[in-house]
Design a protein around this ligand. Sequence first.
Ligand SMILES: [Zn+2]
Length: 298
Amino acid sequence: MRNIILINLLFLLLPMAFAGGDRKIISTITSTETICVSDTIPFSIDEEELADYNDSLISLPSDGLYGSWDTLNIHPYRFDISLLNGTATIPLCSENSCGYVHPFLGDVTSNFGPRRRRFHYGIDIDLETGDYVGAAFDGKVRIVKNSQSYGNVVVIRHNNGLETFYAHLSKTNVEVGQNVFAGDIVGLGGNTGHSRGSHLHFEVRYMGQPINPNSIISFDEHRLISNALTLNKKTFSYISEAKKLGKKSKGKNRFHVVKKGDTLSAIARKYGTTTQVLCKKNRLKRTVTLRNGQKIKI
Ligand SMILES: [Zn+2]
């Protein structure tokens, strides 16, 4: 009976969750698990259930810093670097644990920095499809989704405000809202999204802004370099270089990944080019049948 009341309560509250306001919203992988908590709960909930709600609020990592818990958009944050004055220290060890676990013990195949006229915001680690990929630190899973660029990707928010990204996975092994410990398997390595060959694309971000993972992790020795990350304007000095590259590469080496129903003419329209140009760049005939997942150079 109590379960029926609880489920009804969640359905009644669900529309309120999308109505905005200053309510806290925790969205998880299924709609029946979506919980909306307002200051005044107009239903009688017993102490145990109320404690569960409060626990779930308290356990949102770094809630005060982010002020939101977006489980749908990978990059919802806009961190204004100009507001960063002086130096901030981000602890890499929590009170209870200093447990860093390297996501996968493989060779680095592509580093953080400029790459083929674009900026690479993560580090690529070589692996075979199906290899286990583990969480680097303890945290809570914010994103589990398939994106065109990242492929199957898991994003974990950590208590210190950092987020880590695990991309191009063949399979994910965690759910949104799940608490994970360092070393827990978040998925299996793969070659999904914009990827040429199986590898793990690993990113570290703070408020959405990439951090060079080499500044905290030794990828040769598979360990943390320091117990804390120092954040200042120098940490983000790569941004001006990335912006320059972005301007240069505009219109160059862009790809479209073919989805069901795509045609050359529709792709040409989407990118403001012509079928003739696409055929020439990709050495294709106008009559070609595109296959799902095929990469078309724009
Ligand atoms: Zn990468």
